[in-house]
Every structure is written in C-alpha cells, then in structure tokens.
Design a protein around this ligand. Structure first.
Ligand code: HEM
Length: 509
C-alpha cells in the first residue's frame, strides 16, 4: 500500500522540482499559468492559432505554452519571426517527432521529420536541385494544366446538368480532386482515377493508407505530451508495423512498374519516383528515404493547395468587386476564345495578387510545422531551452495591424502598391515559412493555386447559394494542423465562356 502511494508522490515531487528548477534557471517567455502534469493542454481552444493569437494580446508577442511537460514557444510578430527563422535558424531547425511521426518516417529518414544534420542537408539538396528545379516544374506543367481543365469540365457538368440547376457545387470536392490527381501523378506518375471518375484498385489502396495513417496519428495525441504517462497509452506496434508494410508494398509495386518502364523505353520520365530511383546512387539514398520522400510530398502537398483555393473563393464571393476586377483582367489578357495557361501568369498581376492576399489571410498551415531547439537559444530576450518547440504564428503575423494597413480587409491591391515577397524573404508574409526549412514546394504550390483560381474565375461567375448573402459565408476554421473551412464552401457557378472551352485537355505524361 505504502509503495502505491510513494510512487505517485515521488513523481509529483520530481515534476515540481524540475518545473521550479527550469523557472529559476531560465528566463522563459510569459504565458498562461500551467497546471501540474497537463500544463496548458486543457486551456488551449481547438483552433490553436486563434487561441495563441488571443493569448499574445495578453502576454505579448512571444509566449510560453506547456503541452504537458514540453515547453512550446509561440511568436506572433514579424521581428520575432525573423529571429526564429533567420538569426537563430541554425539552432531552431530540428523537428519534434511524436511517436507516430517517428514510426511513419522511420525515425526521420525522410525530409519533413528529419532533424537538421547531414541527412537533412542531403535530401534537401535532392529537393532543391532535382525534384523542384525550375526545369522539372516546367516539365510537369502539362499535368497541372490537364488537372485544372478536368476540374473546369467537372464543375461545368455539375452546374449545367438539369437535376443540379441552381443547386450550387461543393467547391472542396472539385479542388480536392485536382490536388489529389496532381500530387499522385507528380510523385508516383499515376492517375488513379479514370476519366469517368472511377478509381482503380491501387488508388483505393492509396486512399485507405492515407486515411489509416491519419487515424493512427490521431490515436496517441494526449500521451504524446506527458512522457511518463505513455505506459498507459502503449503504441500499437502491430498496427503501425502493418501500416508501414502496407505503404511500402504499394510504393514498391509502383517503383517496380517505373523501373520496368524505364528498361523498356530506355529513358526516365519526369515524375518524382523516376527522378529518385535514377538518382539513388548519386545521392546515396536508402529505399526508406525514397519511400519517405514520396509520401512527404503527398502529406505536405495535397491538402495545402486545395485549402488555399477554397479560402480564396470564399473571399472572392464575399468581395464581388475583387472577383469582377480579376475577371476583367482575365478577359483583357486572354479573351473569351481560349483558356488560360501558366504562360499567361506574367500578364495577370492582379490574379497573382489575389492568390497572395488569400495566402496572407488564410495560410493553410497557420502555425507552420513546429521547429525544435537543438541548443539553448535566446529569442526576444527570453530563453528557449534546448528541446523546446518553437512555432511561428504566421496567421497572426500576416494580420498584425502594426505592419498591415486594414489587415482584415481582403484587398489584393495592397500588393500592387507594395510588392511583398511570400517565399521567405519578407517576414511579414510567411505562408511557406522561411530559412532552412522553408517549404520546398512553394513555387509549385503558388503555380497550382494561381492556375486553379484563374480557371475558376475565367470560366465562371461565382455567387452564394440562393437565399444566402455573401456575408453569411462561415469564415471559421476547422481545428487541426491544416485549416480547412469549418463549413465547406458551397457556391453557385455560372459559366461565362463559350461551351467548347469547358473540355478537359488531357496530357499523357
Ligand atoms: C499553398 C501551398 C503550400 C503551402 C502554403 C505550404 C506551406 C508549408 C509550410 C509552412 C511548411 C513548413 C515550413 C517550416 O517548417 O518552417 C512546409 C513544409 C513543406 N512543404 Fe509545403 N506548402 C505548400 C505546398 C507544398 C507542395 C505542393 C509540396 C510538395 C509537393 C510541399 C512540400 C513540403 C515539404 C516536403 C515540406 C517539409 C520541409 C522541411 O521539413 O524541410 N508543400 N510547407
């Protein structure tokens, strides 16, 4: 009996001593008072970046939030973002791997979950020089244009079919299809869905693996933050092993198909899977790394683009003036007799500003991905002890009234008046992060978002559903690492171009 009491008392005493020691040794950023054991976990509201922005109003632009016994520091203005992502970048470029992330990534053998070190530098080089080079981006352009025109065709079908007339479309359904097909073709060289919308067996397996991964990842949330409670939430080793084996089996099968095709044709295609297999020796890439990188692209590149366009469309319906101005530009530059291509971008400055303004107000990863400190560092005059996680609230930074005029207004013109970079050089606007871990897919993401928006606006006028006012559109977010709209956008498209321009332009690549 005594032993049963002694163990918890000893643990609590240890915890309190450790907490007091930390407080005395380090000058930590201010923040809400943590509770024993759970820290601030139960104080955090579901939409985390809004909660942290609210706390920043009380405690200042750098705050401490305890997830159980782990210190998380959140910065919310552009000066501190610069300190984190530029001045202290070298010491703040590791990743915190939850137990599930560690399993999925084979302990950081990929890119997303790798700590900053020789392996990271090597795979990052593969991304910069090979996978996301301007040449490959251009070579893969037909895939994007195929998918964007397929989206136009399917929206046209939905809104002109007699039984759907006047009912509106679920915008996310169409954007999700572009994102899914684009990323599977780009990474795996596969369109799992045929032109009638039917998914093949590999596609069904692929989708099942993605959703099983999400389920497994979410199952451990609480115990992740309180290490000594983990024995109560054992990792489902078997389920993770099964999941990993299933993912590897599908990926290997696809890799073998590509190897066979290369042997037959004698040349490599442009898809990431071909690139990685042909570069395997040059960069000394293990099979775990190749598989990890391919799945990283799916994880990071699929939802982000669809989310950005859904928010942009919601803003365009709420702001008919902006929608009309973008359409006038498209009509002037492209006319009414052909469809837009990426080659038109440079003549469509207002469209580019619309995409940028949407990413400013609605970055799809509002807290980026957390960075972990590999040493004790100082930010904003406060200590950040080694092992803490640092988040940049890029959502709050991009709405900071100290650096943005009328920050809550959707006004793309602001970027015509002042050209603000969004790929990590201007710390007021960081939808892709900055520094060593800046998003390697930024240009690809921008191209896809701009292309989707251009086609949606050139081909259709968009209005709210019948009986609904633009201001009734719910602009709240779903909780999560990426921020889908809380209420998926439904809207009424009306075609505005001749009917022969609504056909998919398939590309055999
Ligand atoms: C609108 C679209 C996108 C946005 C807003 C976005 C944003 C971001 C952000 C904020 C990060 C975290 C940066 C950090 O940790 O500091 C990130 C990382 C990453 N993104 Fe993107 N992303 C987008 C599209 C894509 C696409 C299309 C791909 C690939 C196909 C991609 C691949 C990645 C990868 C691999 C990482 C991890 C980089 C690392 O850990 O070093 N992203 N992205």
């Amino acid at each position: 009996m005594a032993l049963i009491l002694i163990i918890p008392i000893a643990l609590i005493t240890l915890y309190v001593c450790h907490a007091v020691y930390q407080r005395l040794r380090f000058k930590l950023p201010p923040g809400p008072r943590p509770w024993p054991v759970v820290g601030n976990l139960y104080d955090i509201k579901p939409v985390r970046f809004r909660c942290f922005a609210e706390w920043a109003q009380w405690y200042g632009p750098i705050i401490s939030v305890w997830f159980g016994s782990t210190l998380n520091v959140i910065v919310s203005n552009s000066e501190l973002a610069k300190e984190v992502l530029k001045e202290q970048d070298q010491h703040l470029a590791d990743r915190h791997r939850s137990r599930s992330a560690a399993k999925f990534s084979r302990d950081g053998k990929d890119l997303i979950w790798a700590d900053y070190g020789p392996h990271y530098v090597k795979v990052r080089k593969v991304c910069t020089l090979e996978l996301f080079s301007p040449k490959r981006l251009e070579a893969l352009r037909p895939i994007r244009e195929d998918e964007v025109t397929a989206m136009v065709e399917s929206i046209y079908h939905d809104c002109t079919h007699s039984e759907n007339l006047g009912k509106g479309v679920l915008v996310k359904k169409h954007l999700g299809a572009v994102a899914f097909n684009n990323i599977t073709r780009l990474a795996f060289g596969k369109r799992f869905v045929n032109s009638d919308g039917v998914m093949d067996d590999q596609g069904v397996e692929f989708k099942a693996i993605v959703s099983n991964g999400l389920k497994l990842g979410a199952s451990l949330a609480m115990a992740e933050h309180i290490p000594w409670l983990r024995w109560m939430f054992p990792l489902e080793e078997e389920a993770f092993a099964k999941h990993g084996a299933r993912r590897d089996r599908l990926t290997r099968a696809i890799m073998e198909e590509h190897t066979e095709a290369r042997k037959k044709s004698g040349g490599a295609k442009q898809h990431f899977v071909d690139a990685l297999l042909t570069l395997q020796d040059k960069y000394d890439l293990s099979e775990d790394t190749i598989i990890g990188l391919l799945w990283d692209m799916i994880t990071a590149g699929m939802d982000t683009t669809a989310i950005s366009v859904e928010w942009a469309m919601a803003e365009l319906i709420r702001n008919p003036r902006v929608q009309q101005k973008a359409q006038e530009e498209l009509d002037k530059v492209i006319g009414l007799e052909r469809v837009m291509t990426e080659a038109d971008f440079s003549n469509l400055p207002y469209l580019q500003c619309v995409a940028k303004e949407a990413l400013r107000l609605h970055p799809p990863t509002p807290l980026m991905l957390p960075h972990r400190a590999n040493a004790n560092v100082k930010v904003g005059g406060y200590d950040i002890p080694k092992g803490s996680n640092v988040h940049v609230n890029v959502w709050a930074v991009a709405r900071d009234p100290a650096v943005w005029k009328d920050p809550l207004e959707f006004r793309p013109e602001r970027f015509l008046e002042e050209d603000v970079d969004m790929k990590g050089h201007d710390f007021r606007l960081l939808p892709f992060g900055a520094g060593r871990r800046v998003c390697p897919g930024a240009q690809l993401g921008i191209n896809l978002v701009t292309s989707m928006l251009g086609h949606l606006l050139h081909h259709f006028c968009w209005s709210p559903l019948e009986g609904m006012k633009p201001e009734d559109i719910d602009m709240g977010e779903n909780p999560g690492l990426v921020t889908y709209m809380r209420t998926p956008l439904q809207a009424l498209p009306s075609p505005r171009l001749p009917s022969h321009l609504y056909k998919r332009v398939p590309a055999e690549i």
